[in-house]
Design a protein around this ligand. Structure first.
Ligand code: AMP
Ligand code: FES
Ligand code: ZN
Ligand code: ZN
Length: 316
């Protein structure tokens, strides 16, 4: 039996620990929006920024991000969405449909960039990987492609920040993995706002960094958002360590309320700032001109190796 909303007295929709009681659908949404607003203000995510690109995957987190940003900030910030169509059968169609439906609903201008227009799709890369003629697994190609194309678009169109849907659980899981495996460089990038220190690399912000998976999931239900539930066919099963760490983080939070926020606060205010990791020296890719640590950037290297497999005439 649910109780009444502790704010307005109407039918409760979900129990919220912070209130020690129930909230109705409407007040639950406002509660989540206030948390995002708090994070943006405390972390200064939008200081000096008036044009933000929202990276939309079609999944739950970035959909929540777009809705909340639009509600809170469209009066002062120019917002637009970008979706990368990766060319993954089934998965990409479903993602594109959700993104288009969402952008219609909230009147957010949206651009769809097709990986195919750059000469290949993730499906083609995955097929060549399976045949053993191309050596990068599809998920790693996908990560590079998304980072590169989102940044390229944001840079070319003059956006001052890229907002992604990473949430508190994502960031704590990444950081725990990085600590266990000793990947300090990756750890040093897990801030709510990441400035890359190169004029062609657009800063990234993570406005959902105080929301858990459960909270973003509940928000999609409360606001009845169109969200793609399709799973990527190329995603390998999570490493055992990763799933155990994820369960343990949830289990500690159950026993010690506020643990995740304590962990995040010390990560962002003490641990990461005290790491002395020098920024990598970046030059410009000799093919595309975008920043790269080597002579050729990783996106152009992928294209080159795919071209070398000789599989497609559109590369010739
Ligand atoms: P993931 O790496 O898939 O967990 O996604 C992390 C964040 O990257 C999402 O919350 C989105 O903001 C962004 N993102 C993921 N996939 C896409 C995509 N296909 N197009 C645009 N943005 C994406
Ligand atoms: Fe990119 Fe699975 S390969 S989402
Ligand atoms: Zn209420
Ligand atoms: Zn390049």
């Amino acid at each position: 039996m649910t109780g009444r909303c502790v704010i307005c007295g109407s039918q409760g929709w979900t129990y919220v620990h912070e209130y020690r009681g129930y909230l109705c659908r409407d007040h639950y949404q406002r509660y989540i929006e206030a948390k995002v607003d708090r994070c943006i203000k405390r972390q200064g995510l939008l200081n000096g920024v008036d044009k933000v690109l929202i990276a939309l995957s079609g999944g739950k987190d970035s959909s929540v991000l777009a809705v909340v940003m639009k509600k809170l900030y469209s009066w002062r910030i120019r917002l637009a969405g970008l979706h990368i169509d990766l060319g993954i059968p089934g998965y990409s169609e479903s993602a594109r449909k959700s993104v288009l439906e969402l952008s219609n609903r909230i009147e957010l201008p949206i651009e769809i960039v097709k990986l195919q227009d750059y000469g290949f799709t993730i499906k083609e890369a995955a097929d060549l990987y399976r045949k053993g003629v191309f050596n990068r697994p599809p998920c790693s190609v996908c990560g590079t492609v998304k980072r590169y194309l989102i940044n390229l678009y944001a840079y070319e169109k003059g956006f001052e920040a890229i907002a992604t849907g990473h949430n508190l659980d994502d960031l704590l899981l990444f950081s725990s993995m990085d600590i266990v495996t000793g990947d300090v460089t990756s750890l040093s990038k897990l801030l709510p706002r990441q400035d890359e220190g190169h004029p062609k690399l657009v800063p990234r912000i993570r406005p959902l960094c105080l929301l858990t998976n459960r909270e973003t999931e509940l928000y999609t239900k409360a606001a009845e958002l169109p969200v793609s539930r399709e799973k990527c066919p190329y995603k390998p099963p999570p490493r055992r360590l990763r799933s155990v760490l994820s369960e343990e983080l949830d289990s500690i939070e159950e026993k010690v309320r506020g643990f995740k926020h304590m962990y995040a606060a010390s990560l962002w205010s003490s641990i990461i700032p005290s790491l002395s990791i020098g920024k990598p020296v970046l030059r410009e890719c000799s093919i595309c001109g975008m920043p790269s640590s080597g002579r050729v950037c990783s996106f152009c290297r992928i294209r080159e190796s795919l071209r070398n497999t000789g599989y497609k005439e559109r590369f010739l």
